[in-house]
Design a protein around this ligand. Structure first.
Ligand code: C5P
Length: 206
């Protein structure tokens, strides 16, 4: 079984993806981390984030062992990820890794922006998770503060809106709901209710 979960920044899709993977005994891939890893390598090298050839090279030689680096979670790396992820050659370089991950038995839950539309258009279940921008900003601010990163909610909100706008309007694999994806509005659900709603969608479809 392949479950595709897409949605904007801080919509809660990562938590839902992890919990669905646990529930169904599937592997989980947070695909945002891949773009964040490319972005961080570019930032560390002092490279121009729009240097497509260089970013594509970084993407081709990426080591998955770096995906759990806590530094990937910062707002700065997230914003840089939304710049490098708009580069078509970067996206191209990362397609086969994601597809292979999805297709290995017993299947997987992948979360990102283009899983249901580009990476796994044949996924068994597609969920598009949305939440009010103010709720998402609040969530991200609390997470950043819990990590000891100073975060101002208004700045986080502005950053999220800018990132959404870039992700939705890029030419290559923009953020959008697949025609056959189920919409889950996570604005007013706590984690357990959100997980329940996601499991209900999976059960109704599979
Ligand atoms: O989900 P996360 O905030 O970690 O993603 C960081 C950035 O990576 C997003 O803003 C988006 O630009 C990019 N991304 C993408 N496609 C994916 C996952 C993430 O373009 N499948």
């Amino acid at each position: 079984m392949i479950i595709a979960i897409d949605g904007p920044a801080a919509s809660g899709k990562g938590t839902l993806a992890k919990r669905l993977a646990l529930h169904y005994g599937l592997r989980h891939l947070d695909t945002g981390v891949i773009y964040r890893a490319v972005a961080k390598a570019m930032l560390d090298a002092g490279a121009d984030l729009n240097d497509e050839a260089r970013a594509a090279m970084v993407a081709q030689t990426l080591d998955p062992a770096t995906f759990d680096d806590p530094a990937l979670k910062s707002q700065e790396v997230g914003a840089a990820a939304s710049v490098v992820s708009a580069l078509p050659k970067v996206r191209e370089a990362l397609v086969s890794f994601q597809r292979q991950f999805a297709e290995q038995p017993p299947g997987a839950v992948l979360d990102g922006r283009d899983i249901g539309t580009v990476i796994c258009p044949q996924a068994d279940v597609k969920i598009f998770v949305v939440a009010d921008p103010a709720v998402r900003a609040r969530r991200r601010t609390l997470e950043a503060q819990a990590r000891g990163e100073p975060a101002d909610e208004a700045v986080v909100l502005a950053d999220i809106l800018k990132r959404d706008e870039r992700d939705r309007n890029r030419a290559a694999a923009p953020l959008k709901q697949a025609d056959d994806a189920h919409l889950l509005d996570n604005s007013h659900l706590d984690i357990e209710s959100g997980v329940r709603a996601a499991i209900d969608i999976v059960e109704a479809v599979r």
